[in-house]
Design a protein around this ligand. Structure first.
Ligand SMILES: [Zn+2]
Length: 272
């Protein structure tokens, strides 16, 4: 499922293909993909608009369009944005026809992904927490945010209002790199531990972006880059879905527990 590194990879891959390009038409195969406005208004409003900028906020992609509109895309669990994949399948929910005769396909096996066409993108992304890779996100700010939270660390990292962009893959990897137990109470971290976790979050996300994201499997719902290629970061995951395997740091056996309904992976020796 696309998290910050996957959505950022999609953004970087798409940018050179779509900037300055006009959307000449759209076909909707499942109107439930359109969160707002109505599907009919969506088609009318988006046709003829030029893509001026492609941004990202957390796990959301934001296409700034001419006329001051924003197409905000949330891929949710299984969404893909594919370019020039002529083959459409039953999971294709929308096709944007571009003026250079390429097609941008929104493919979504499970139907949780949503498209929003809004004047103000803040309507959709305004409640998100800070961006972990931006300069304004400092160890001091992170320490302040953690100090107000009594809950367990790992579910907190999944909370998009707390910090934007982490999903279950990187919310498992970062505490491992920082050598912190997933159940550790957030407000008990020492300054040195906050600093370790801060650096771990950033390095884990940056390495995953370098690798073009993580593709876990071969189902039509697994993440792919816009070209259809897989990401490569699955080869470098250290604890996520590695239950029973050796810890890459100490050799102890990786364990799994369920926390807040999500699989949680950790080394019982390194993450005390
Ligand atoms: Zn270990």
């Amino acid at each position: 499922m696309p998290e910050l590194p996957e959505v950022e990879t999609i953004r970087r891959d798409l940018e050179p293909l779509v900037l300055g390009v006009t959307i000449v038409g759209v076909e909707l195969f499942w109107s439930g993909s359109i969160a707002r406005p109505s599907a009919q208004e969506f088609e009318g409003l988006i046709t003829g608009r030029t893509i001026l900028r492609l941004g990202r906020r957390g796990k959301y992609l934001i296409f700034l369009l001419s006329g001051g509109w924003n197409l905000v895309v949330h891929l949710a669990m299984t969404g893909r944005l594919l370019v020039n994949q002529v083959k459409r399948d039953k999971h294709t929910r929308a096709v944007f026809h571009l003026e250079d005769e390429s097609d941008l396909l929104f493919v979504n096996m499970r139907k949780f992904g949503r498209l929003y066409l809004v004047k103000d993108a803040q309507e959709v992304v305004g409640q998100l927490g800070p961006e972990p890779l931006e300069a304004e996100f400092t160890p001091q700010r992170f320490a302040h945010l953690l100090a107000n939270r009594r809950g367990a660390l790992k579910p907190l990292l999944l909370n998009q209002h707390f910090l934007a962009g982490l999903g279950n893959i990187y919310a498992n990897e970062a505490p491992f790199v920082a050598e912190l137990h997933p159940l550790r109470r957030a407000d008990t971290l020492s300054p040195a531990e906050v600093e370790r976790l801060y650096k771990a979050i950033r390095s884990v996300l940056e390495e995953a972006i370098e690798d073009g994201g993580t593709t876990l499997g071969d189902t039509p719902g697994d993440y792919r880059r816009p070209s259809g290629e897989k990401g490569k970061h699955q080869e470098r995951l250290q604890v996520f879905q590695r239950t029973g395997g050796p810890c890459p740091r100490c050799g102890a056996t990786i364990e799994r527990m369920v926390l807040g309904g999500r699989g949680t992976y950790f080394c019982p020796h390194c993450q005390r």
